[in-house]
Design a protein around this ligand. Structure first.
Ligand code: FAD
Length: 326
């Protein structure tokens, strides 16, 4: 691959931590280095000379700046709209293939998905590596909660991704490096009616706890009431498999799995859950699983650290009694 076949652009809002900019510069250096391509940096928000200096010192050939005016750090809709407006500018692209990099982490991934949806590029999400081989963009990702490593090739010319690399190096400003402010009239925002409601839920979100108790199809309403008490007693939270959500035992935002959420608690109690790949994909490979299932052949026992073969009707009341009144 010749250097002029690929453009790498690191995108960072100035309202985000400066470490986000450094992370994305490190990623741009890595992708640019492996593809022998130059990289540029798009800084969004009020001009910050220190950040412009960092990007130039990291070796960006161009640093574009675009100031949309007032904006919250978490206003992803706005940052995505501004990034898309900037990325549409033909001034940024001089090559047939393009990689847009966002800072690694939840905010970067959110922006990555929105930008990819907006400009039709491939949303590679959280990548382990990105390279160009035989003229095609390739990227490595973890799959199934870190249990699989996937190498994917795309025939598309545009990729949008987050990549965690080491700290950036600062070899110094290139001779030809330049700072280029972009002009942009922000597009009118869609008018949305947003209604805020207080929730009566006592339990915290499933992504935030160290102990998660999950019920599956093998548990009925009475069992879920016990699981909720167990979650409270353990200072954790309550989740469900897809059939448990379908049966109305837990709300959809408490579903774990490939079409639910990805969780990484220290301990995961799987009760009446068989352990299908679609469910396990939502649990980090680093999490310790304690499984309670009446079927000794249930696949969950192949991945569980502790397995109890019994009915929840027998075990859960005894466990709650042993834990004592909360
Ligand atoms: C595209 C796609 C996406 C999907 N996404 C998800 C997802 O995000 N999350 C998800 O969970 N699933 C998902 N699924 C569904 C998945 O394939 C399984 O159907 C589901 O995970 C099974 O859930 P379960 O373990 O609760 O139920 P089951 O597989 O029916 O297991 C119930 C278990 O309960 C045990 N049991 C029964 N009675 C008792 C008792 N009294 N005491 C103790 N144990 C008992 C049984 O032995 C059994 O092992 C998806 C499927 C598809 C096709």
């Amino acid at each position: 691959m010749k250097s002029n076949d690929l453009t790498v652009i690191a995108v960072a809002p100035n309202r985000w931590q400066v470490s986000a900019l450094e992370d994305v510069l490190a990623a741009a250096q890595r992708v640019g280095g492996s593809a022998q391509a130059r990289f540029g940096c798009l800084l969004l928000g009020h001009p910050e000379p220190e950040r412009e200096r960092l990007a130039l010192e990291a070796g960006a050939c161009t640093v574009w700046t675009l100031d949309p005016g007032e904006a919250d750090a978490e206003d992803y809709e706005m940052w995505a709209a501004v990034a898309l407006a900037a990325l549409e500018s033909s001034q940024l692209w001089s090559t047939p293939r393009r990689v847009v990099l966002l800072p690694p982490g939840a905010a970067g991934e959110e922006l990555c998905a929105r930008i990819a949806a907006g400009n039709g590029s491939v949303a590679a999400g959280r990548c382990e590596d990105i390279r160009v081989l035989d003229g095609q963009l390739q990227f490595d990702r973890e799959g199934w909660g870190g249990r699989l490593s996937l190498s994917l090739i795309t025939a598309a010319n545009d990729l949008c991704a987050c990549l965690r690399a080491d700290k950036p190096s600062y070899p110094g400003r290139r001779m030809e490096a330049r700072l280029m402010p972009l002009e942009h009239e922000p597009a009118p925002r869609p008018q949305r009616q947003i209604e805020y409601r207080e929730t009566s839920e006592k339990l915290p979100p499933i992504e935030s706890v160290k102990t998660l108790v999950c019920g599956g199809r093998g548990v009925n309403e009475a069992g879920f009431a016990l699981l909720e008490r167990l979650a409270e007693a353990l200072d954790g939270s309550l989740a469900g498999s897809l059939p448990a959500v379908d049966a109305g035992m837990v709300p959809a935002y408490r579903q774990v799995g490939v079409s639910g959420k990805f969780v990484r608690p220290d301990v995961y109690f799987a009760v009446g859950v068989s352990g299908t790949p679609q469910h396990l994909a939502g649990i980090s490979a680093d999490t310790r699983i304690v499984a309670l299932n009446s079927d000794p052949e249930a696949p969950i026992f192949r991945v569980a650290d502790v397995g109890v073969v019994n009915d929840w009707e027998t075990i859960l009341p005894a466990l709650l009694e042993a834990l004592g009144p909360g």
